[in-house]
Structure formats: C-alpha cells, structure tokens
Write a protein that binds this ligand. Sequence first.
Ligand SMILES: Nc1ncnc2c1ncn2[C@@H]1O[C@H](COP(=O)(O)OP(=O)(O)OP(=O)(O)O)[C@@H](O)[C@H]1O
Ligand SMILES: [Zn+2]
Length: 385
Amino acid sequence: MNQDSTAWSPEERHRYARHLSLPEVGLEGQAKLRAASVLIIGVGGLGSPVAMYLAAAGVGRLGIVDPDRVEYSNLQRQVIHSSDRVGCPKVESATESITRINPFTAVTAIDAALTSDNAMEIASDYDIVIDGTDNFATRYLVNDVCVLLNKPNCYGSIFRFEGQASVFGHSGGPCYRCLYPQPPAPGTVPNCAEGGVLGVLPGLVGTIQATEAIKLILGIGDSLSGRLLLIDAADMQFRQMKIRRNPDCPVCGDSPTITAPIDYDQFCGVSSAQADNDQQSPWDIEPAELQRLLSEQTEFILIDVREPHEYAICNLGGTLIPLAELADRHRELPADKPLVVHCKLGLRSAKATRQLRELGYKDVRNLRGGIDAWSVQIDQTIPRY
Ligand SMILES: Nc1ncnc2c1ncn2[C@@H]1O[C@H](COP(=O)(O)OP(=O)(O)OP(=O)(O)O)[C@@H](O)[C@H]1O
Ligand SMILES: [Zn+2]
C-alpha cells in the first residue's frame, strides 16, 4: 500500500460514503482500491465503462492504452468520449473524462498500440489488466503477457447482441489459450464495423469486467476465473460454461513453450491476410477509374452486393443484389455488358467477382476498398459507416 490507509480527506470520505458503509468494502477495502493499479487495453466500447466505473470506485491508478482517435461512429457506445472530442486521441479524451469523474485517480495515458515489444514493460507496472480490445491478435498478446507476468486478465468481448466475460490467468485458473487454443481463420469472424453491435452491450460486458477487477482488488466474492459467462442481450439470457486449465497449454500449461510475447499477427494469420488484401487483383478497379467511367458515361452495370440496410445508409446508385442472393439472381444481369461490383470494404465484392466470373461473366471488376474507399478518395458526402 503506497499511502497511509487511515489518511482520508473529508472529500474522499464523502465521495466513497456508500462504499464505506458496505461491510465488504469499508475503509479497509477503499484503501485497497486506492492502492490498486489497473491497466485498461483499449478505451473503446468495453474500455469506456471499465475506466469510468473504476475511476468512480476510487481505484488509485489507471493506465489506458489505445492508438485510436475518436470517431462519430464510436459515440453510440463509447460513452467515455463525446461529440466535442471527435478527432482527439481516445486516451486524451478518456483522461479528461476520468479526471472529471474522480480527480483522486491518477491516469497514465499511452497513445499507442500495445504490441509484443512494449506489452511486458507496460503491463508489469500494474496489478490487474483489463482487455477491452476488439481483435484476436491483441487478445492473445494480452493473455500471454498476463500469464507470463502472473497478472489477472479481466476479459470481455462483444458481437452484435452477444457478449462473453471471464477472468484468465488468476490463481492457477485457465487462460484464454486454454479456452481458445487456436484463433479463428482470418476473415471468418466479422468485427463490429462489419457486423454491427448493440450500443448498450459493451456497457453490460464492460461493467462485468470492472466488477471482476474490483472484486479481485477487494478479495471478495467468487471471480469468473474458470467460468466463461455467455450473454445474449436479445433474449436476455446469461449462461455460463466451466473452463479448465489445459495442462498442455503452450503458455500456462505444465511445460510452457511460450516464454515471451510472439508475433501475434502471424499467429492469427493477420499478416498473410493483409498481404493478400494488399495484393492488387487483376480484376480490381480503383475508385478514380470508376469515377472516370461514370463521368464518361461508359456503359456498364454497377452492382452493390451489400445488404438492404447498408444500401439504405448510403449507395452509389447501383443494382442491389446481396452476396447471398447472387447465385439465384445473377440471371438478372446482362452477360454481354461490363460489370463493376462493390460492397463496403471490397471483400464481399471480391467473392462476388470470382463467383460471377465462374458463372461465365467475362468482364467483371471489383471496386477496390469498396464504398468506404470511394467515400475517402472521391466523395466525402457519402457517409462512412
Ligand atoms: N493492440 C491494441 N492496443 C491498444 N488498443 C487497441 C489495440 N487493439 C485494439 N485496440 C483498441 O480497442 C478499442 C476497441 O473498441 P471498439 O471495439 O469499441 O471499437 P473501435 O475500433 O473504436 O470501433 P469500430 O470497430 O466500430 O471502428 C479501440 O479503441 C481500439 O483502438
Ligand atoms: Zn492456458
């Protein structure tokens, strides 16, 4: 404990009054909270409620790490940020909010990504780590670092209406790798940007992560270590699954083979997927070239393979045939005219382009980077979503 636990200002006593009257917390517990330090990786959907509640609860020192800037599309769920902070570094915006909530909480803001090179050094300075990130490479990194440093990892993840939470690497309990030894194949699990997410869901999951951290600090209750909580917000069902430590786990098992952070992009196949993505296909068309075709009134058919609800957000006026319907509806398309296919980011339309070529359409091209690239490079009035 880095402070005299009996020295409390009148303001602090007043601020924490409802904790002080709770026998499980009291002055002793509040002193534990004040002496504690928690590292929050990512101040997005999950990290927002985590940081706000830990600050409000009186955790003495918070570290926040995130390389991102606040965007309008974040504000539907990332409640630590506000409209006037769009464009600001997320850690800067979060620091302001935390300090406004509780000036007794010290904040270390790191405006950078947690990587294999910096993670051990950053995490070693904290008692507990909270994973508020949205990608598999970082989840495995956070997991391994926590196991290697023997720090509990309060984990949460969200997708659409569903969430998960657990505590990994705590007093002999399992780790994330014990539960998921292998990452999913790249591109098989859509992220929130592609799949969408109910705005309130990270509030639900993030507050569970914050609750687990507070319980660990206070040494009360039964933590989620060894249990995976599965939340379905649509039906409001909470289920749990027992998870056990895997003695063959490469990081927390009996004979670990991972003794330092590895290359997580490579482990998750991100680097090769990125390389494939970066590699220009001979069937690609750049936004500028499509713009030229449109302005020269060249005869071609523009096809949008997104979903109707995406088309309603913004469109380039193309014919809407969602990718899943293409096999049935391709006959609507003329076989003798050039086709340009697009979607949001260029991945679904790359599949559609392949599919149409296999079906015998000879002149089919894919808008590289999708309507998102069009919005950035050609027409900023088209909203990015
Ligand atoms: N390696 C990392 N180190 C630090 N922060 C990370 C890392 N990887 C991801 N993050 C952060 O985790 C946060 C996750 O938040 P969230 O999933 O709500 O989405 P987002 O990336 O802001 O939103 P969207 O996907 O809709 O654009 C983001 O702020 C992101 O920058
Ligand atoms: Zn493990």
